[in-house]
Design a protein around this ligand. Structure first.
Ligand SMILES: Nc1ncnc2c1ncn2[C@@H]1O[C@H](COP(=O)(O)OP(=O)(O)OP(=O)(O)O)[C@@H](O)[C@H]1O
Length: 344
């Protein structure tokens, strides 16, 4: 196994990111939409040639120092959300394509990798005759059949049906164990369970890197906090147990350290601590704040809502009953005991 070092600088896209992976390491590359993740992967794969790129795999220079190695000679496999199999070729021919282009006539190679992903029985089918999970397994076989030094996975589970995810995830775990891999994912659980390290990029820059657990449990950015499933509000101390966010929202919480009036602090609270109402709730000592629903993600029996920048988890039944939809005005209530205040 070999190391990967990449420095991608693309002023046109506002991207300036360095990645260093030890041989065999798996790094989860995470960040909001437009942060630059795909730009980094495409550059390493040789599909994009930004203003400046230095890419080294082991002791081979793929980009920089006057070199630009074309994609098919990089020994770098990129697997995206969509399997992108050739529609007119059978599954076997799809898997054999990479090694054949590289001059390897070894017919057993395709069979070997199809077997490895548990897709031997599908060898004579065309891509249109495959389910999403099957097609992604074949795409993994096709990527591995070239025996790449580096594997780049761009949200490989994102477009799969929920039922197909566990099997493909299991397969990916085996891939990761055998190669140097960059995994772009939005799923904190995948980052924690599949990756050795996580690198968070925001607006084209690395803002945090470390073990996945550390990055996700001690988030340094609103994105990291949202990933970890925690609301993180940065603000100013306005009372012994109070914080005001830059947009003027006041939160009462439980202080975990000395809170000096006027100093910076953060409030963190779980999405499950947020109750959502159509009408302004009265009564008990709670934080009661108005908001607008900006996002809804159904996750089985629960529903993750984004309400004016904060995350709230409600049951799917409750979301239906409240007729929640993007644009809807709602009220959030959060118990002060559920809001943790930390001096910055
Ligand atoms: N073909 C292009 N030409 C110019 N700018 C682009 C192009 N594609 C993307 N960009 C810009 O480059 C920046 C980085 O985009 P990139 O696709 O790398 O982000 P990303 O982190 O992969 O996002 P996502 O999670 O949405 O896939 C963004 O500002 C984007 O608008």
């Amino acid at each position: 196994m070999v190391s990967l070092a990449a420095w991608v600088r693309d002023p046109a896209r506002g991207v300036d990111v360095r990645l260093d992976l030890a041989a065999g390491e798996t790094v989860a590359l995470m960040g909001p939409n437009g942060a630059g993740k795909s730009t980094v992967l495409a550059t390493v794969a040789g599909l994009l040639r930004p203003a400046e790129a230095h890419v080294r795999v082991g002791d081979r220079v793929l980009a920089g120092e006057g070199q630009w190695v074309p994609p098919h000679r990089r020994s770098v496999a990129l697997l995206g959300q969509q399997p992108r199999l050739f529609p007119h070729l059978t599954v076997r021919e799809n898997v054999a394509f990479g090694p054949r282009s590289a001059g390897r006539k070894d017919a057993d190679l395709a069979e070997h990798w199809l077997d490895w992903v548990g897709a031997s029985a599908l060898a004579d089918r065309r891509p249109r005759e495959l389910s999403g999970g099957q097609a992604q397994r074949v795409a993994i076989a096709r990527a591995l059949a070239t025996e790449p030094d580096v594997v780049l996975l761009d949200e490989p589970l994102a477009s799969l049906d929920v039922e197909a995810v566990p099997e493909v995830r299991r397969l990916l775990r085996r891939v990761l164990a055998e190669t140097t891999t960059v995994l772009v994912t939005h799923d904190p659980l995948d980052a924690m369970t599949l990756a050795d390290r996580a690198v968070i990029v925001e607006a084209g820059r690395v803002v945090h890197e470390g073990t996945a657990r550390d990055v996700l449990t001690h988030p340094r950015s609103a994105f990291g906090a949202a990933l970890a499933g925690v609301n993180l509000v940065e603000g100013v101390v306005t009372g012994p147990d109070h914080l005001r966010s830059p947009d003027g929202r006041e939160l009462a919480g439980t202080a975990r350290g000395a809170m000096d009036l006027g100093s910076a602090a953060t409030a963190t609270f779980a999405p499950s601590a947020v109750a959502v109402h159509r009408e302004r709730p009265g009564g008990s000592p709670r934080n009661v704040l108005p908001g607008v629903v900006t996002g809804i993600e159904v996750r089985g029996t629960t529903c993750r809502l984004e309400i004016s920048g904060w995350l709230a988890d409600v049951t799917t039944a409750a979301a239906a009953e409240l007729e929640l939809e993007p644009g809807r005005d709602v009220w959030m209530s959060i118990k002060a005991t559920e809001v943790r205040l930390d001096p910055a």
